[in-house]
Design a protein around this ligand. Structure first.
Ligand code: GLN
Length: 502
């Protein structure tokens, strides 16, 4: 990276390279941010990845850092690195819509802890990433801001619900982004866009200031193009938060774990392939990518064997029950009274206004989830639906725990297919839901998972594989991801249609 070419500086290089260049004075934080914003404009026109860009806020932060450096002040660890935040992470004074028309007016009076910590580490927020409304979706088509397009092929979805953040990283706007993952929303769009997507163990990252979807499942995650960058962000974010009682004290050893993988070796590491998830039901290209990942793990010295998770296929039904039940409760607050846009005539009475506000401002998918969740929790049905789902959840978690007594990591596809066509699943919610079969296990069990790129299909679309680790052993994921990182494929999405593949 050089001062003459900061255009290449923002996203096309890694966060750790930007940190070094800014600290050494070869480039100004301001130049990095200007380049990121210029690229963001192009990418926005082609993909709709952002709900809002924040040029003034970002430039002011960059100028403060450049002034601090000029004054000889020591710079924080991620100084000058531009990033994007999913639009469900509260940023003081910035529209945080969670992709919903009911939050069109919401400008939070405080920052989410993850935003405050990343900015305190010197990273610079340049924009808010578009997403499925309230995180409910697997394609980023259910946003009040319009659908997000895949940067490798604009006829395809970006994945969801963190589609905007994934596009921003894949298309070289920024080297890293924050998303949230309730059932796969960081890992699945990462897979569709060809970047890394990491969901740590439940409780690792604070959810203070994260707009809640399913509180027993929600976790903040990181999207980046390299494992070391994921590690650097994690080290800046971890640590107990008095504002989120679910957080645990996790040491900042993630970058070190990623560096360990720099030697390309995984000697003695035991990896289990899950037959229940690796067979029929996957596209042939996904199955091939999984086989190739097995070969690469073996080549690095890992011992790969089969490990059964007998109830794996039941997880997705159980996930949708629990997630919808929790969503119906969390979304009850959006009633146009204190929270959410108010629609209708106050003279009609409170209930009429609440009904009008929710009816007018929630999208189709959110309404479907609220109805499903309310039904599953209603008296007379709660034992048969929600209660059963909790039992299946426990069973899946126990089976994963038993699997981790035999192996250090599990390997599965991230998604059974590559990015599907825009519109293809909008009228078929079941097909949309079934795409989460591989990712939702980690959320149900509370363990960490990472999606790593694994080549391309015949149309040039990214493929991916997922690794899972036991609770609080997330360093293993970053080490293995660093080993699997491929140096031989195009890293930055060109944005737009790949010729002849639409
Ligand atoms: N696709 C899943 C859902 O719609 C997961 C979403 C997420 O992780 N936020 O619930």
């Amino acid at each position: 990276m050089s001062a003459e070419d900061p255009g290449a500086a923002s996203g096309t290089v890694s966060a750790h390279e930007i940190v070094q260049a800014v600290a050494a004075g070869t480039v100004r934080a301001r130049d990095v941010v200007d380049a990121a914003l210029a690229r963001a404009d192009q990418v926005q026109a082609a993909t709709n990845a952002f709900t809002e860009l924040l040029p003034e806020r970002a430039r002011a932060a960059a100028d403060r850092l450049d002034a601090a450096r000029a004054a000889g002040t020591a710079l924080p660890p991620l100084a000058g690195v531009p990033f994007v935040a999913k639009a469900n992470l509260c940023v003081e004074g910035v529209a945080t819509t969670a992709g919903s028309a009911i939050l069109a007016d919401f400008r939070p009076p405080y920052d989410a802890t993850v935003i405050a910590r990343l900015e305190a580490a010197g990273a610079i927020l340049i924009g808010m990433g578009n997403m499925d409304e309230f995180g409910m979706g697997s394609s980023s088509e259910s946003s009040a801001h319009g659908p997000v397009r895949n940067p490798w092929n604009d006829a395809r979805v970006a994945g969801g619900s963190s589609g905007g953040p994934a596009v921003a990283v894949a298309a070289g706007v920024v080297p890293l982004a924050l998303g949230t993952d309730t059932g796969g929303s960081v890992r699945q769009p990462a897979a569709f866009c060809g970047v890394l997507g990491f969901k740590p163990t439940y409780g690792t990252l604070s959810r203070h200031g994260v707009i809640a979807y399913g509180s027993s499942l929600d976790q903040v995650g990181v999207l980046a193009r390299g494992a070391l960058d994921v590690g650097l962000v994690m080290d800046a974010l971890v640590g107990k938060d008095a504002n989120d009682a679910t957080t645990v004290e996790v040491p900042p050893t993630f970058a070190a774990a990623a560096r360990e993988g720099g030697d390309g070796r995984l000697a003695g590491v035991r990896v289990g392939v899950v037959p229940e998830l690796s067979g029929a039901g996957n596209d042939p290209a996904v199955a091939r990518a999984l086989d190739e990942t097995v070969q690469r793990l073996r080549h690095a010295g890992a011992e790969v064997s089969e490990v059964h998770v007998p109830s794996a296929q039941a997880a997705v039904a159980c996930y949708y029950l629990i997630a919808s039940a929790e969503a119906s409760s969390n979304l009850a607050r959006y009633d146009g009274m204190i929270t959410g846009v108010r629609v209708g005539d106050d003279a009609e009475g409170q209930e009429a206004v609440m009904t009008a506000s929710r009816g007018a401002r929630f999208g189709t998918e959110v309404r479907r989830r609220v109805l499903m969740g309310t039904f599953a929790l209603s008296a007379g049905h709660v034992d048969a639906w929600y209660g059963r789902a909790l039992q299946v959840r426990r069973k899946v978690a126990n089976e994963l725990q038993a699997a981790f007594e035999q192996v250090d990591l599990l390997l599965t596809p991230t998604v059974p297919t590559a990015a599907f066509r825009l519109g293809e699943r909008l009228d078929d919610p079941l097909a949309m839901y079934l795409g989460d079969v591989d990712t939702c296990l980690a959320n149900l069990a509370g363990v960490g998972g990472i999606s790593v790129p694994a080549g391309r299909d015949q149309d040039g679309l990214p493929l991916a594989a997922q690794l899972l680790a036991p609770a609080l052993q997330d360093g293993r994921l970053l080490r293995a991801a660093a080993v699997l990182a491929r140096g031989d494929e195009p890293r930055i999405a060109p944005v737009g249609a790949i010729e002849g593949t639409a």
